[in-house]
Design a protein around this ligand. Structure first.
Ligand code: ADP
Length: 178
């Protein structure tokens, strides 16, 4: 299916695009966002700041994605996806998280990219339960691969062992279902 799970730091990956778990301002933050900005260098922040604001402080609402260059990263592009903050699951969190994956894959297709790597969007400070998020990441990426003829290599990056195991389980469930 061309979906890999990889344990490590997403900023080191030599792929066409890495996805950032950004916040609405796109002006950087902690976690994977901070790691991506420090590895990419100041050019990334400058490019993000030039993206238009939809309203004060919001360059990208939850569920949407914006593309920039990779600057000093090995990756050619950064896709800034804004995941939902977990509020218990009744505020459309699952659909918003699914959109982050689907819109990133659409953008990769439009840009004719061949490889894309995702962090566990929303699973850090945004508090999304890991197993539920892993099921969404796997469902969206598997559905994408099955419904698109043009191959894209998808890497689900696990920064820790718990994330790695959650992805393994979700992929095993998906494999059984088909
Ligand atoms: P969010 O605000 O969307 O929750 P976080 O950056 O806090 O984003 O966390 C998202 C996920 O990214 C977490 O699972 C965290 O462990 C992981 N993460 C943090 N740093 C890195 C990194 N350098 N590479 C890959 N994943 C990372």
């Amino acid at each position: 299916m061309n979906i890999d799970i990889w344990h490590g730091d997403i900023t080191t990956l030599d792929v066409d695009a890495i996805v950032n778990a950004a916040n609405e301002s796109l002006l950087g933050g902690g976690g994977v966002d901070g790691a991506i900005h420090s590895a990419a260098g100041p050019g990334l922040l400058a490019e993000c700041a030039r993206l238009p604001e939809l309203r004060p402080g919001v360059r990208c609402p939850p569920g949407e994605v914006r593309a920039t260059a990779g600057h000093a990263l090995p990756a050619r592009h950064v896709f800034h996806a804004v995941g939902p903050v977990w509020h218990g699951g009744q505020r459309d969190e699952a659909a918003l998280l699914a959109n982050c994956y689907w819109q990133s894959l659409r953008l990769a297709e439009q840009m004719r990219l061949e490889s894309i790597a995702f962090p566990a969007i929303s699973c850090g400070v945004y508090g999304y339960p890991m197993h539920q998020a892993a099921a969404i990441a796997v469902t969206e990426t598997v559905t994408w691969q099955k419904s698109h003829a043009r191959p894209v290599r998808i890497v689900l990056v696990a920064y820790n062992t718990a994330t790695f195991k959650a992805y393994q389980q979700a992929l095993a469930v998906a494999a059984q279902a088909h």
